[in-house]
Design a protein around this ligand. Sequence first.
Ligand SMILES: Cc1cc2nc3c(=O)[nH]c(=O)nc-3n(C[C@H](O)[C@H](O)[C@H](O)COP(=O)(O)O)c2cc1C
Length: 496
Amino acid sequence: MKITLQDAWGLASDRRFDNLDMPILHDPVNYGAKADIGSHYGEFLSLSTDLPRSAGAFTQFLAGEKSEVSELPFEQRISAVLRYLSSPMRFEPLNSPEVHYPVSSFGGLLSCGIKFVCRHPEKNGYAEVFHFYGNYHALEKQHACVEWPDALPIGEWLVVITGQYWTVGRKYGDFSPFGVVLDSGIILAQLQYLLNLFGIGFSTGNLDLNRIGERVIPTGSFQQVLAALPISVPDEAATMLNGSLKPMEIAAYQEPKGITERFSLLNDTVDLLSASYEKHWPESPENAETESDAQLLQSLPDTDILDVIYNRTSSSDRLGFSQINKMLDGEFLQRFMKTFHKLRSRRALLPLEDKLMLNLAWINNFGPSMGLYNDQAEPIYIAQDTKQFRNILQDRLYSTNQKYNIASMTLEMYISVDTYQVSEFAGNSAFRLAHMAAGAVAHDMCLVASLFGAFARPVRMFRDTKLQQRLGLDGQLLMQVLVGFNRYNNYALTIL
Ligand SMILES: Cc1cc2nc3c(=O)[nH]c(=O)nc-3n(C[C@H](O)[C@H](O)[C@H](O)COP(=O)(O)O)c2cc1C
């Protein structure tokens, strides 16, 4: 069977969940280990852990001001980019998941891999490929010499984001690719912010991802290249890479065998996700400073940007969800959404991101009136019966194994797409791109929530269709982001 684009849109909605084999829904307690733990032998370059802990206020970043960290030696800058992109950040032994990364991820399993492709120092038309192991904060030289006929320019590396479907396969089965592409959009948004912050230039555009995949993905591995970004590197970058590689054997997750045989839809879904994109990336929104921008920035907390990233949380709390009923003012939603748009203007919009529809439900008892809003924080309708409005939001869990407490939420974002419109525009690639763009938007919400001292939880597996019909949302929901305030008492240790 081959999955068509229409099939894929259908399978991505909860109407078809019953057709998918998803261990987490059938047997949430014993759905199986993430992957097998084993060991891996290779040549590794341990990256600097002497990294900056502050980089200036988040508001300075929003204003486009240059941070002092952009003057650090390249090795420290690239190491810091990787730390704040995909190294484990916090260990919370009493919580699930125990390990927290800088970004939210599908099941907390960080399903995307990061690789660097670098011009071979001696052989023209060849490249070296490095794979980042976050647990060791080290780069492994995965390929010492791989043919790269369309030679990489001098002073440039390619950062490659791979969707490692195997990392979530045992938990999400047939549904795995849907979450992994969302994850890759999150990573791509965060990568852009970090490159900007640490003064590393990059360009966006369409590269042949399948061809890159053929060269950088180990044969037979169930993963795929989902994005690639050329970055500018100084001369010292080449010396850094080959400076002190050391042979090491490390403990590492091993790819489970037989995932694609066990879950029959996987190969076809991933085939569809490999469709290439022919059009230009959308224009990024203007970032001209206005007077109201300056007022906004002055009104925001002066938290350091690295703390905002570190503090980002979806607020998993095994000990219980102790909500805080914040006395929010009537302007809160506007401030929140203006900050969200300002943040987005600090990165390139992803393909199809301009075609996403963003709506918000305001649920808090304080602040604006309860109801549905657009992404400019303007009301679409105010709920006449607030109890009924809350009931609609509460009544959408897919299975009794899911937990969701509406009382803790302040607002929710609904990210949806007109599947017909984007399919006409981008053909089969619409499916991958719309999901990635939705992931990027969800991540922006997570960062802004963190700035405001709130949690933000992107969620995927709810009764979306029911919710959409009852709220009157257009298009198909790709992701929701739940935002709220709670006491976060988890015992946590900082890693790295
Ligand atoms: C693509 C994606 C799908 C997610 N789906 C759900 C979900 O359906 N339900 C849920 O409670 N959390 C969901 N999450 C949130 C993750 O479980 C959470 O980010 C992860 O456990 C790590 O916790 P942290 O973000 O606090 O570090 C999702 C996150 C992503 C990125």
